[in-house]
Design a protein around this ligand. Sequence first.
Ligand code: ZN
Length: 485
Amino acid sequence: MLGCFVRRGCPLVCLWALLLPLVSLHRLDQRGQRGHSVRDRPKLLLVSFDGFRWDYVDRVPTPNFHSIMDEGVTVERVENAYITKTFPNHYSLVTGLYAETHGIVANEMYDPIMNQSFSMETDSIYESRWWEEAVPLWVTIQKAGGKSGAAMWPGSDVKIHGMFPTQFLQYNASVSFETRVERIVDWFSAPKEKAVDFGVLYWEEPDESGHNLGPQSSLMDVVIAGIDEKLGFLINELKKAGLYEQVNLIVTSDHGMTQLFTDNIIELDEYVSRDLYTLVDKSPVVGILPKEGKVQEVYNKLLDANPNMVVYKKEEIPTHFHYQHNIRIMPIILEAKEGWTIMQNRTGHVMLGNHGYDNTLRSMQPVFVARGPAFRQNYVKTSMRSVDLYPLMCHILSVRPLPNNGSLLNVQDLLSSQPVPTMPSTPPRVTEYSYAPVIGSFISVVMVLCFLVFYVRQVTLKQLPSLKHRSREMSQPLLQEDLHL
Ligand SMILES: [Zn+2]
């Protein structure tokens, strides 16, 4: 082929054909470099400190929270999902759905179709079908070709729609926060083909202390300062791994906490016989499953029983709670007023702090701070809904969101003015100078090959008569054969 072009006087075309693979290889190499950018594509770590109320950050010095606030965004008021309990809200954060839609309507549930109960105290929480009215973000990312890692996030060790997170830890409350952080940092730091894009990290405090001590206790100061230190540990580990400037870090919670008073107890036994109903889920929002045909009777007995308890038939639950359209929501719902506890009687442990109340109560609302390349700096937003977080996270991760109750429009002002770095945010300057060596090499090779062509041509011309003769002899039979066809 080369000879053909040389004879036709097209050495440059020929050389281009030779060099094309080299250039193509270089282009591939460039794509490889962009591949490194892909490695740097948006990463997101969502952290929940259970029960971290929005105002805890200003109660004691919390330098690590404040460093995120200075370098990133703060949302002053996050309206979370009703009921303000742990399982419903953690699932809302990763699905963008209210509880009536995602189906985890309480920490304790009864499903009359399955005729089964869901309880944090039993292995029922590992049964997939409880969770499969929705699709959590880690499943969506994985179906889109991404990877996720989960350290004890509620529901993340359950197979949902056939998938676990790419990396996850089986729930074990005795595993320290530090170990959870180390694992998740390892997952983010893994080689490109294994590194996770989205991580979720859960820690049980300060919820547990808030329940036991009550949020008004001065002992909570130490607990809150301790959470800030744990956040500092996370920040430090991300920095040590070179991830801190790459990872978009969101620190939030499922709910707040309010003070209880031991005298503020509503005893259901005073108003209605236990024979008439089953109690599903615990205070402060209690699901009542009346025995067959007893809905109206139970309702009548409870309706005006206590001024500190609101009684709803399921169809009367206010629309703004988005807590009605699910078979797992019981026919009667009792909601205690803030600071009150509903029990069947006073026996048993009485907590000093609780959550679960009306999600518009300030005490029920969680902290929200975030920083990273996708977020603005030193920006304070007045309010958002926790369901808005899901479309925001999908946007940052460049994943198409599933239908959800949130709105990216509501929260897009949290994003930096720079485009979200799904692609390199600046034009790849590498293009300008990376072709220069190729062009230089090309010209050099052309010159060398021209010289060689010239040299070979001169040598060939000296032997031309004999070659011409031989050529004629060799070609003659073929031509004759062709003519006979
Ligand atoms: Zn919680």
